[in-house]
Design a protein around this ligand. Sequence first.
Ligand code: HEC
Ligand code: HEC
Ligand code: HEC
Length: 188
Amino acid sequence: MRFWGMVVSAAFVLTLSASEAETAPKYVGVDGCKCHKSEIADWERSVHSKAVDLLQSGKKASKKKSAGLEPDKDYGNDARCLKCHTTGYEKDGGFANTSSTPKMTGVGCEMCHGPGSEYRAIHKEKTTKFTRAEAMAAGQLYGSLDPEVCNACHKHKDNPFRSDDFNVQEALKKNRAFHEYYPLEGKH
Ligand code: HEC
Ligand code: HEC
Ligand code: HEC
């Protein structure tokens, strides 16, 4: 009896994890968000879209030096840096390297809004009629509700330039970093 009980529960666990793997959201890249033209135009001008450039040798040399980094080193292939300066580093659909995934460089939409494959399908299907709750259940993140969305990079211990002064509500007002807020129709 006991033996069969264990076999059944092991099979159940396996089935669960297989279906979870299928529905786990994947990164789709900025092109996958192109209905949002205004946000894309703002983002292209923002510091987040160009964040990967900071890893090149010579960029921000004196700041790198004061942070204990080597100013002339190319950090463009350094896993320690790429996880915060690209989109979905080493995750499904995310940044792998500049030649195979050139569009996943920089801090893309999905680093603040979550990997898009699942909630994007809901946006497309329901246009203005989806609820915030169902988008969140599909992995969509809302930085204004959860400071961890921004702090995960800005206050992370591995960020050589982290500052205790970083405040999410203040940072959201800086439009060179953040796109304007274009209210959508419907209740999101
Ligand atoms: C945990 C996330 C994280 C990691 C890891 C990380 N960075 Fe950054 N980096 C940031 C954030 C966020 C900023 C913006 C400054 C701030 O508010 O912290 C930044 C800013 C910078 C800047 C600009 C600094 C300035 O004052 O203008 C450079 C250069 C930089 N990072 C290089 C690197 C290098 C090189 C590595 C790897 C050795 C690295 N970063 C690793 C998140 C990270
Ligand atoms: C630095 C983080 C960040 C990046 C990068 C970013 N956003 Fe946002 N976005 C936000 C925050 C914060 C809000 C306010 C609502 C919230 O809390 O998510 C927002 C709001 C939105 C909204 C309105 C959502 C609503 O329910 O009213 C849309 C649409 C949007 N962003 C699209 C985009 C697109 C498309 C991109 C990429 C081109 C992008 N965002 C990149 C942080 C970001
Ligand atoms: C994936 C990591 C990541 C996430 C998530 C992230 N940022 Fe950043 N942010 C960066 C990096 C890297 C830079 C440095 C870009 C530069 O200086 O050119 C930066 C720069 C900035 C700057 C300009 C520098 C400064 O400190 O004044 C602001 C403001 C900012 N981010 C706000 C936000 C806000 C608000 C959120 C959340 C809605 C957010 N960021 C989410 C990585 C991130």
